[in-house]
Design a binder for this molecule. Sequence first.
Ligand code: GLP
Length: 251
Amino acid sequence: MEKKVRNFHILVENNYDALSGAAARIITEQIASKSDSVIGLATGSTPIGAYAKLVNAHKTGTLDFSGITTFNLDEYYPINPDNDQSYAYFMREQLYKYVNINAANTNIPSGTAADPAAECATYEAKIAAFGGIDLQLLGLGLNGHIGFNEPADHFPAITHHVALDASTIAANSRFFANADDVPKHALTMGIGTIFQARHILLLISGAAKAKTAHHVLFGPIMPQVPGSALQLHPNVTVILDEAAATQISIL
Ligand code: GLP
């Protein structure tokens, strides 16, 4: 099912596999229409299926990553890129090592930067120097975060160093041996950084996200639910699976 609601182009797919296929098609179209696209990438479990489909499209077809540049949304801080829980490691394992992307064209905030504030400023400037992002992929945190923009009393504008919310540490502890191992900080694009993207692709999967999905799309715009800011962006495609869309009654 597909519907245009204000700035949102909303697609509801039957299941996670179909959601992943729809997301991969949009990313493929972006790369096909502009071979030197600047693509914003996301981590978390949600985009894993889309990455697998992109890898398959590359192996079996003509999808060519050689001209693109990528900027990831965020990285834990501090964390070593060889740590298997780092987002640098995630991107290598889920996508980069299987496609013809030039490693020099992949960007992710450094989890080992000695000066995190300087690293954030450099990252923000580099995105601007590339003319901004053509297509930004986003997942959604259970608490409504996008990137690592956590619930707060304001919308952070630019790439910044952030203390993770207790609920995010708890949610992400499933990937670590225990909750104490989850880094307590992160470096993340700000809401303003994300908003400079010309097209945003938000993926929401699973029943646990249904309430947050409804708030993000139709609730009050408030920094306590950071994803709700997306209601103000002019060009957002949202793909939900049926489990995540149960509270979206207008569909
Ligand atoms: C992480 C990432 C986000 C991601 C979110 C949801 O904390 N920083 O970019 O969207 O969690 O993760 P998942 O897709 O696993 O639910």
